[in-house]
Design a protein around this ligand. Structure first.
Ligand code: UDP
Length: 322
């Protein structure tokens, strides 16, 4: 049985579905502070906070073989406003989870990490061995969590895989689950809100970055490609007695303007685009070099930006019923 923290959230619910389709039993642990119970359509569900001592009850009830840890706060902007909230939940509460895993002899762990650990990278595409210099508390909270995992693996019978996601986007093609944040802060769903008429315009946060068109460049990766990587990472932990850290991205960068243009193309709708102030904590360019996970785990992303936006648009239309 695989325990999935945050399995009622965006990436966790897609991974839960993929694990189920691959024949794994799962138990989702989620306190529903961000997730949705109706996103837990596969396996078992337990409403617990992963930072709580009572989480032990879940380890007593189920025969847990490994943990995939999605539960975390993930808004860069919010982390700048409320850094301690991020350090407490993303770092300190993960130590609680590790402590309980240790007590129950559970030694396989997969962390949802982030490209935000790199800060403004020295060079792009970014390889895993680059210096880690996070420029926002979200990235910092994941950076120190990775360090705690490295120490745990040195000291104990414990292995982990840390997956550094670039920009997760898109939705399940069957629309059984999808992206739904409240409040929404991510670019693609906000642009689709403009396309669907839920908002009048989309704001670009800064057009004076050091990039070709002045807007930030990101590497967008389909959530199902991320889900597939988690299954491969779990199989790796089962087969090999070692820990590892992998980037997960398409290896292709798109500027905010290019993403907006793609959304206009896919939806066939036009809307106003405004230039706004920079958002604090945003690096200019983040593009993954994912050669390591391709080589080690045989993972290759299947979906490009157009397919990502198409799947997101299908889901967006479903939840907004037009
Ligand atoms: N962004 C933007 N307008 C928005 C939301 C996001 O210009 O309304 C930009 C943001 O500044 C960043 C990029 O889009 O450069 C991706 O932001 P998102 O919040 O989707 O992901 P992040 O890179 O923060 O994980």
């Amino acid at each position: 049985m695989i325990l999935i923290t945050g399995g009622a959230g965006y990436i966790g619910s897609h991974t839960n579905k993929a694990l189920h389709n691959a024949g794994y039993d799962t138990v989702v642990v989620d306190n529903l502070c961000k997730g949705y119970e109706n996103f837990v359509k596969w396996g078992n569900f337990e409403n617990y906070d992963f930072g709580s001592k009572t989480l032990r009850e879940v380890f007593e009830k189920y025969d847990i073989d490994g943990v995939i840890h999605f539960a975390a706060f993930s808004s860069v902007a919010e982390s700048v406003e409320m850094p301690q909230k991020y350090f407490k939940n993303n770092y300190k509460n993960t130590l609680n989870l590790l402590q309980i895993m240790r007590e129950f002899g559970v030694n396989k762990f997969i962390l949802s990490s982030t490209a935000a650990v790199y800060g403004n990278p020295d060079k792009v595409p970014i390889t895993e061995d680059q210096d880690l210099k996070p420029i926002n508390p979200y990235g910092h909270s994941k950076f120190i969590t990775e360090k705690a995992l490295e120490r745990e693996a040195e000291k104990n019978d414990f292995n982990f895989v840390s997956l550094r996601y670039f920009n997760a986007a898109g939705a399940d093609f069957d629309c059984e689950v999808g992206e739904f944040h409240d409040p929404e802060t991510h670019l693609i769903p906000l642009v689709l809100d403009a396309a669907i008429g839920k908002r009048e315009s989309i704001s670009i946060f800064g057009d004076d970055y050091n990039t070709a068109d002045g807007t930030c460049v990101r590497d967008y990766i389909h959530v199902n490609d991320l889900a597939d990587a988690h299954i491969r990472a779990y199989e790796y932990l089962c087969d090999k007695n070692e820990s590892n850290i992998f980037n997960l991205g398409n290896g292709q960068g798109y500027s905010v303007r290019e993403v907006i243009d793609m959304c206009k193309k896919v939806t066939g709708r036009d809307f106003e685009v405004k230039i706004d102030e920079r958002r604090e904590g945003d690096p200019d360019i983040l593009i993954a070099d994912s050669a390591k996970i391709k080589e080690k785990l045989g993972w290759t992303p299947k979906y490009n930006l157009e397919q990502i936006v198409e799947s997101a648009w299908k889901w967006h239309k479903k939840i907004n019923v037009i």
